[in-house]
Design a protein around this ligand. Structure first.
Ligand code: ATP
Ligand code: FE2
Length: 325
């Protein structure tokens, strides 16, 4: 049996995951950098990762019950992310690869969110709906690359819900709070779909105005969900129709929302497609997805020299040729 150890360090999370070459998950150790005020100063996050990296590594090795001689590959998140944080992960991975004489590979973190979804849900060639705090994107494999078919033109859906919740005193994170309160009546909010893109800024402004002029928060929360999720269902459906794909895979923190899952499931059923939502443990940032993508690229023949290992802070999903599929 062959094993891969994956190291995640693009942003707030430092994670170490261990998987087998045939996709069995053995460990998923991680720590998140947090502050009471929120926000992240890259050098502080990098220092956090530097301080806890050995502990997280040890935890993963113990959980998986493997030693260095069992590990055939080390994978690290080379892109995209905060440069100081990427450097911590890259240096750690390269040093371990040299010390234990193990092959090394660097992967794109955004692509890992997609391919771990495939593994966990058993999807073959889905359309992906990636909805987290900052991101709202419809992505699909086409012409040998993961293409962004549509995205938000302003804020990500999660950040919009967080901002609304913070402004009306519900606290952070806002998504789950809004979901709990979404039990009122529908009031009209701007429904803003432009081609394959969506926009949430106008909806946020109107929702806050309604709340401040006395509309019950239950009505506003209900309407925010119904409107925003219907917009996502519309663009996701159009992407399925245009590409002829027959699966939709929902990833990112907002995938925890039951109403969103229900609406997407109904839309998929209506057109004979299959809907999958990635469970929370694997939809957020972690090392398991880095390890699994490393396996895919290694099996397709890729390795990097530890001395020449790189980071690419600005690489987008569609910059990477998908040579492993
Ligand atoms: P990324 O990994 O893309 O850089 P991130 O760290 O913000 O972003 P996640 O942890 O994937 O991302 O998602 C966090 C977001 O998910 C927050 O905005 C939060 O409000 C939202 N969220 C969490 N649970 C729910 C829910 N039940 N309904 C709606 N939104 C939710
Ligand atoms: Fe991420």
């Amino acid at each position: 049996m062959k094993f891969c150890l994956g190291i995640e360090s693009t942003a707030h999370t430092f994670g170490v995951g261990i998987v087998t070459f045939d996709g069995k998950i053995l460990a998923n150790a991680k720590r998140q950098f947090t502050t009471s005020e929120g926000g992240m100063i890259p050098s502080d996050v990098a220092r956090h990762h530097e301080e806890i990296k050995e502990v997280v590594l040890k935890e993963a090795l113990e959980k998986a019950n493997v030693s260095w001689k069992d590990i055939s590959l080390i994978s690290y998140s080379a892109a995209p992310g905060l440069a100081p944080c990427l450097i911590v992960g890259k240096n750690f991975a390269a040093a371990l690869a040299k010390e234990h004489d193990i092959a090394l590979v660097g992967v794109n973190h955004s692509i890992c969110h997609l391919t771990i979804g495939d593994l966990i849900c058993g999807a073959k060639d889905p359309m992906y709906l990636y909805v987290s705090g900052p991101n709202t994107q419809v992505i699909g494999l086409s012409g040998g690359r993961y293409r962004v078919f549509g995205e938000t033109l302003d804020v990500g859906l999660g950040n919009m819900l967080d901002k609304f919740a913070r402004e009306i005193g519900l606290g952070f994170p806002g998504g789950p709070k809004v979901e709990k309160l979404a039990v009122g009546k529908y009031v009209e909010l701007p429904y803003s779909v432009k081609g394959m893109d969506v926009s949430f800024a106008g909806m946020l402004t109107k929702a806050l105005r309604l709340f401040r002029s006395g509309t019950p928060k239950e009505d506003v929360c209900f309407s925010l969900q119904e409107t925003a999720f219907a917009m996502l269902a519309e663009v996701a459906e159009r992407a399925l129709a245009h590409t002829g794909k027959s699966e939709l895979l929902l990833i990112g923190g907002v995938a925890a929302n039951k109403r969103l899952c229900k609406m997407l499931d109904v839309m998929c059923k209506g057109r004979g497609a299959k809907f999958h939502a990635v469970p929370l443990e694997y939809s957020g940032d972690q090392g398991v997805m880095i390890a699994w993508q490393g396996v895919l690229q290694f099996k397709a023949g890729e390795t990097v020299n530890p001395d020449g290992a790189q980071i690419r802070p600005y690489e987008r999903v569609d910059d990477v040729p998908v040579f492993w599929k």
